[in-house]
Write a protein of this length. Structure first.
Length: 411
């Protein structure tokens, strides 16, 4: 595609340089960068301060808000809206690093362009009680759920082959509906000592490194979840399609950088989580796992359907983590109490629950991007006719989200 120069191009470069500048003060902020190396060298040499970054970003934001774009291509307006929200979030993050404090909902809106819902304790208690009705044995629901999960753990010596099969199936199913970038590739690494269960490190040129945390036992459902979320049609596909469609084809430099604490992350995590359903819609997941992954893991395939009946209910506890994070980050409960909440209402093991509180420390309100992001993406696609009964349109709308500048509030 050939493109004509846009008045936004210069401002897009300013945005990228601001993201790189903030990355000097926040090691997690720049999740990926594959633009001109000279820009990084310039920033490293200048070493701009946080106050200076904030002033420059505010000047850029004021300029962007005064721009109007015209023409037949709706992508230009999407681009402008994207830059406005990304720069606004950058200012909020810079202020945080200078000591500004936001309440949970205020921070979520400032950084991710959404206000998360709030659920009462009773909501989760009711779901936990329903799950308890499906679990055998005696003891608390948490104890019985731990015993239940124990029977579906992938043995460590089989984890690699199970993940390989899950990733290959996710790729095959995604490639049937999406035109994947030529030569796209990734590698998988198994790591320890991380506050997350999986991570995609995008390197540019349609290449990713996918890391899987093996600190804790991995249950069979995590193979498909992580394969789709981190790989196909999740983060690996999202990043490589943005690079091809926007950074390369259109020359939009703002898509050579990924600012982690920004509205883009809600789109990224939302499409990655909904990507699991896209690749394995409806009841298609259970037969694949029963016939392929359970045998590879050495698990009894006869229990696959039962496992996913329980799993479907556990998914309804997704927002429990948000409430634990809200209370913990706002100081109304301690770390120990937050871990206890997660054990009781997210049915996490005590060790995993404590690990999750360290995720809260590091990533704060980022937790909303997984569940709320998934819900917003799904509702947006289905509202436009991308229902399960219309898979062709569903994939078309999903592909548009993976290859265009979108902001959460527009969903």
């Amino acid at each position: 595609m050939t493109t004509t120069p846009s008045p936004l191009d210069r401002h897009a470069e300013q945005y990228v340089r601001l993201v790189l500048s903030l990355g000097l003060h926040d090691a997690d902020y720049v999740d990926a960068f594959y633009g001109p190396a000279q820009w990084q060298a310039d920033i490293a040499a200048e070493q701009p301060s946080l106050p200076d970054i904030t002033v420059r970003a505010q000047t850029l934001l004021d300029t962007l808000r005064g721009i109007s774009v015209a023409g037949p291509d709706p992508m230009n307006l999407l681009r402008l809206h994207y830059l406005v929200r990304q720069v606004s979030a950058l200012i909020s993050r810079a202020r945080q690093l200078q000591g500004a404090h936001y309440a949970f909902d205020e921070e979520a809106l400032a950084l991710y362009d959404v206000t998360p819902p709030t659920y009462p304790e009773e909501h989760f208690a009711d779901v936990v009680e329903e799950i308890g009705g499906l679990l055998p044995g005696s003891g608390t629901v948490q104890e019985r759920f731990e015993e239940f999960k124990h029977h579906f753990i992938i043995p460590p010596d089989r984890v690699g082959r199970v993940f390989d099969a899950a990733i290959e199936e996710g790729r095959k199913r995604s490639a049937a509906h999406l035109t994947l970038p030529q030569g796209e590739t990734f590698s998988v690494e198994f790591v320890t000592g991380k506050p997350w269960s999986g991570y995609n490190w995008y390197k540019g040129n349609a290449t990713s490194v996918i890391q899987v945390n093996v600190d804790f036992p991995i249950t069979i459902d995590r193979a498909v979840d992580l394969a789709c979320h981190e790989g196909y049609p999740g983060h690996h596909v999202y990043n490589s399609m943005l690079e091809r469609e926007l950074a390369q084809s259109r020359g939009w430099k703002e898509f050579t950088v990924y600012a982690l604490f920004s509205p883009q992350s809600l789109i990224a995590e939302g499409t990655a989580n909904f990507g699991i359903e896209m690749a394995f819609p409806g009841q298609e997941r259970v037969p694949f796992e029963r016939d392929v992954l359970f045998p590879l893991a050495g698990l009894d395939p006869a229990h696959a359907a039962y496992y996913y009946r329980v799993h479907a209910l556990v998914q309804r506890l997704a927002y429990a983590g948000n409430e634990a994070a809200r209370r913990y980050l706002e100081g109304s409960i301690t770390r120990t109490e937050a871990a206890a909440w997660l054990a009781q209402y997210a049915l996490m093991s005590p060790d995993r629950a404590m690990q999750r509180t360290h995720f809260f420390d590091k990533y704060r309100t980022y937790v909303i991007n997984y569940n709320l992001g998934q819900d917003l993406v799904q509702r947006s696609i289905e509202r436009q006719g991308g229902t399960p009964e219309n898979p062709e349109r569903r994939w078309k709308l999903f592909a548009a989200l993976l290859s265009s500048p979108r902001i959460p509030s527009a969903l």
